[in-house]
Design a protein around this ligand. Structure first.
Ligand SMILES: O=P(O)(O)OC[C@@]1(O)O[C@H](CO)[C@@H](O)[C@@H]1O
Length: 403
């Protein structure tokens, strides 16, 4: 009995034992609150943000009713991606939304929301991003001005200090709250930001990107606006200081998880930078040119809006990441897809959970869901003792790297 238990523990620590898949069926859980509260609220917000016609209103009503009172319905046979989703959803159709894996239910919800507003249909609303008003409001906000101004203070700092600061800015941009203030000589904010890291492998990250190596770096973006701007600033730093010769920025092909970045959002952020004064404007100008010369390339792939873990990524993407010196995956959702959307024991090694990834990988993520691996036992104990809602509130963050 004792032997079996220690064997189980060893397997658990090596990440070779499957942990429970996160579902939305547990009352009081984070996943449940997203499905039961956040999604209905989002339908209302999208409806209020556009002068939609009767057709959209009816479809949104039907979707709201389905996710709150009904069972998961398949796409219409006429939908362009009907076959793909029929295969992915076979076991979930006709059952409660709460019984499906959380990752699947969220992803399919966004697909259905886009369908309801006519995003894919041939008609006047085709291609109109239902989340654009929220993204634009954020990008126009004073907070972005303030964050861009902070870049001037940072411009005179030594390269190494700048690199560290910009990496943390990109990380905390995932929370959209601290941004460059972390970096611009506000010790209280900077100290708090570092103290809130539950893992920090940034030294390994920089070792993988020595200056002067002709490396390609892949950056898998998460949110637009206040996250994408610091991502772009970090990319500029990598290019200017020779940590990368070429950066491929991967974005979503369709609107997703409200604020996820698409090509249009990259363009909006670049414009915002180019139109800014001082250092921000200079960075914008360099990135604009980098797009023209190919040292910065934006790519997208249907896989980025799929309800699948990275372990199941298609061969073309696998080759792409295998050819990079490092893939930097931003945000909570990418993390869930990277390590698996399961209730892992928090000390399961990050290296084991990401062994499937083709090449070196770094996760930069603020903690906004229950998934976590790679913690030291001492860190875990301290977090549990603190009584804080550390897993889902976005107050904590991590930089984890597997060379
Ligand atoms: O990937 P991001 O932007 O960091 O976070 C996305 C996310 O927090 O939104 C969901 C709630 O809707 C979470 O389940 C999910 O992980």
């Amino acid at each position: 009995m004792t032997e079996k238990t220690s064997g189980d523990e060893a397997a658990r620590d090596a990440g070779t034992v499957d942990a429970p898949v996160i579902l939305g069926d547990e009352p009081g859980s984070f996943a449940r609150s997203v499905l039961a509260e956040r999604h209905p609220a989002l339908i209302r917000q999208v409806r209020d943000a556009f002068p939609y016609g009767r057709r959209q209103h009816e479809a949104l009503d039907a979707l709201l009713d389905e996710i709150t009172n009904g069972v998961v319905r398949p796409l219409a046979p006429t939908d362009h991606d009907h076959v793909r989703w029929a295969a992915r959803g076979r076991e979930h159709f006709g059952r409660s939304w709460y019984d499906a894996p959380f990752l699947w239910a969220e992803s399919y919800f966004y697909r259905r929301l886009l369908g309801a507003v006519g995003y894919f249909g041939a008609g006047p609303w085709q291609g109109v991003d239902p989340f654009a008003p929220f993204k634009q409001a954020e990008l126009r906000g004073d907070a972005v001005d303030e964050e861009l101004r902070a870049l001037d203070t940072l411009a005179g700092a030594p390269a190494e200090e700048r690199a560290t600061a910009l990496l943390y800015a990109s990380l905390w941009g995932n929370r959209a709250g601290l941004g460059f203030r972390v970096t611009a000589g506000e010790p209280a904010v900077a100290d708090a930001a570092v103290a809130a890291l539950v893992a920090d492998h940034s030294a390994t990250l920089w070792q993988l990107l020595p200056a002067g190596a002709s490396a390609t770096v892949a950056v898998v973006a998460d949110n637009a606006g206040r996250e994408l701007i610091p991502d772009l600033v970090l990319i500029d730093h990598l290019l200017v200081h020779g940590h990368a010769e070429r950066v491929v920025l991967h974005v979503k092909p369709d609107p997703y998880y409200v604020s996820d970045a698409m090509t249009a959002d990259v363009v909006d952020c670049l414009r915002r930078l180019v139109e800014a004064s001082g250092e921000a404007g200079r960075i914008g100008g360099r990135l604009w040119k980098a797009m023209a010369t190919g040292s910065l390339e934006v790519r997208t792939h249907p896989f980025f809006c799929a309800p699948l873990p990275y372990e199941e990524m298609p061969e073309d993407l696998r080759k792409e990441f295998a050819g990079a010196a490092l893939a930097i995956l931003k945000g909570d959702l990418n993390y869930r897809r990277l390590v698996g959307d399961r209730l892992w024991h928090p000390t399961v090694p990050f290296a084991g959970r990401t062994a499937h990834f083709p090449g070196a990988v770094a996760a930069l993520r603020t903690l906004k869901s229950d998934v976590i691996v790679g913690l030291e036992q001492g860190t875990l104990d301290a977090l549990e003792r603190s009584g804080a809602v550390w897993r889902t509130s976005g107050t904590h963050a991590l930089i984890q790297v597997r060379p």
